[in-house]
Design a protein around this ligand. Structure first.
Ligand SMILES: *Cc1c(COP(=O)(O)O)cnc(C)c1O
Length: 370
């Protein structure tokens, strides 16, 4: 018998047009991934063997030396910075977050100071590191980045690849090369960029971090791709400040299943289906009064379209904020992206939605605006 969790607990259903958004459970897993996760929960494993075997498989797929896991990408950021600071020195590891006498400064460009639900600089500081910000409101020049990297006691450069980043930053590949020229370790947080992971790996960072639960749609898990020594030093952190960030068996097994499912998926066909779904949805919404709707490419280069609906607030008699509130105030609640509401624009990320859910969004908007 199928149990309905929403009904059992009296919870609202969510039509999530915001994307891989943590407060709504991030993503929905494929049946095959859910099945292997459920199976994993029934067994013991030698966790170190499980992590190594699953890591080797993923490392093979992406042609990197090693892959490690943590509870989530934010945990991987903290563990990576801790690993850069102390390596395999257990005395220093147990002292963290006390970084007395250790190179402990981490450079990050001002435009990369994103908040993904937590400010990224806090994930860095949690390891005991101190953040050195390069550049400012205007962005960051190569000279400013170089000057920051020349600060005493710098051990790492943290780069963020995300649509949350501000424009005007030094591109990741160039920033990584600058760091390496100065003997500084480079870490990239590409948590929601798994769909273009091979591109991001090409930037040459020592550790590249991504999430297992965003577009991979696995259970929550952070993946760190890099050299055997860096990934090994990160794993050691589970005996220290990484204890609360440790990998789980279901996370590792689910991440592996989700990555392998991605590899088996015909991504060209997937993109074509996403494009057709977005085009159809945009054309449909365009029939609603007061809305001007178009599809837009993702600015970071993810292989799908975003649907952008500009509201004529004056003629509609509603602001975009009010429309978003109206959509969210029901069961199922409908949630749209918020970043352009102040400009009168509703943005939809729909790759995780099916056509019948899109029809509900259309109807709810049409009821309000037509
Ligand atoms: C989502 C996200 C994170 C956090 O990922 P979790 O796996 O939820 O910890 C970190 N950085 C960026 C850029 C993100 O988009």
């Amino acid at each position: 018998m199928k149990t309905d969790i929403h009904d059992q607990l009296g919870l609202r259903r969510v039509i999530n047009a915001r994307g891989s958004y943590t407060p709504f459970g991030v993503s929905r897993s494929h049946d095959a991934v859910a099945a292997v996760v459920a199976e994993s929960l029934k067994h013991y494993f030698v966790m170190s063997e499980l992590a190594e075997a699953a890591g080797d498989r993923i490392a093979n797929i992406y042609d990197v030396e090693s892959v490690g896991f943590s509870h989530c990408a934010a945990g991987s950021i903290t563990m990576a910075i801790a690993a850069v600071m102390v390596g395999e020195d257990m005395d220093l590891l147990y002292k963290l977050p006390d970084t007395c006498n250790i190179s402990h400064r981490v450079v990050i460009q001002a435009g990369h100071l994103v908040n993904y639900g937590q400010p990224v600089e806090q994930a860095i500081r949690l390891a005991g590191a101190e953040v050195v910000v390069a550049g400012g409101q205007h962005g960051c020049t190569v000279e400013e980045l170089e000057a920051a990297l020349d600060t005493d006691d710098v051990c790492a450069l943290m780069c963020v690849e995300s649509r949350l980043c501000k424009p005007g930053t030094v591109a990741a590949d160039q920033a990584v090369a600058l760091a390496h020229k100065k003997g500084v370790t480079a870490v990239i947080d590409a948590a929601a960029q798994d769909l273009r992971l091979p591109d991001v790996l090409g930037f040459g960072a020592d550790i590249t971090i991504t999430s297992g639960q965003k577009y991979y749609a696995g259970p929550t898990c952070g993946l760190a791709l890099g050299s055997k020594s860096m990934v090994g030093a990160m794993a050691l952190q589970e005996k220290g400040i990484g204890r609360a960030m440790k990998l789980t068996k279901e996370g590792i097994i689910g991440a592996l299943a989700a990555v392998e499912l991605r590899v088996q998926t015909d991504m060209d066909a997937w993109s074509a289906e996403q494009k057709s779904k977005s085009d159809d949805f945009a054309a449909h919404l365009n029939q609603i009064r007061h809305l001007t709707v178009a599809c837009e490419a993702d600015q970071t280069g993810l292989p799908f379209l975003r649907v952008r609906a500009a509201l004529d607030e004056a003629s509609a008699g509603h602001t975009a904020f009010q429309v978003a509130e109206h959509l969210a105030a029901n069961d199922p609640m409908i949630s749209v992206q918020e970043h352009e509401l102040d400009k009168g624009v509703l943005n939809f990320e729909i790759i995780g939605l099916n056509r019948s859910e899109l029809e509900i969004i259309y109807e709810r908007l049409s009821d309000l605006l037509d």
